[in-house]
Design a protein around this ligand. Sequence first.
Ligand code: SAH
Length: 254
Amino acid sequence: MSKPIGGKVWLIGAGPGDVEMLTLKAVRALGEAQVVLIDDLVNREVLRFVKPQARVIEVGKRGGARSTPQAFIERKMLQLARQGLTVARVKGGDPYVFGRGGEEVKTLCRAGIAVEIVNGITAGLGVPAALGIPVTHRDFCRGVTFVTGNSRAGAQPNWRALAHSDTTLVIYMGLSNLAGIVGGLRDAGIPASMPVAVVQNGTLSTQRSVVSRLDQVVDAVAREGLASPALIVVGEVVRFAVRKDVRELSRKSA
Ligand code: SAH
């Protein structure tokens, strides 16, 4: 028997949700794939770019919910690529921003499998923009910081350092720890009146958001019943948030 020819893995970022935010490169890679491994955060509409004969495997990994262990996903990618197949691994946002892309690339490279990264628009950029929030604005901040609010491992970000960074804070995976995050930021000296936005399902037709202030946001989010996946944005730039969705407005005027 001849040795199997090594296949290839495309590690694709599908953007925050809206299928029109896919890159041209992502569309091409999806069209070349023989097998697609798709995360549960990814809008299923991306599958319209996949060949009809391609196999689609769902590999949800959302915290707490139905999930496929990371080790299984990595083994599956190796196994498929070793069969000589072209594999598209599709993740929400960007594969290298809180996406475990680094771990997967390491595993594939070690096994000698060709891998190509296709950047996606990370939620931290696309979701604030869907509300009209510019993550940087030279009149209000000196930059933007992407940080995880996930405190499952017990570790907390250095809120004190972040509070003094003069950057907009974009917090991923923070909703279940919102009260802890607010407490950390208040203790670090951020004023109670600091604007905060929390956005669920940003860029999708199911988008919901709360625009509030640090001392009121926990109650406001509870009242609205926002759920994951949600992004938290803290900073003066949140004042730019429009009451109605920019997207909704643009669709109506179209
Ligand atoms: N790689 C992804 C992030 C994965 S971590 C990226 O670059 O965007 C998952 C977290 O991303 C969620 O808990 C949430 O905080 C955020 N997120 C992803 N998509 C989102 C969306 N459409 N709306 C709001 N938050 C989102």
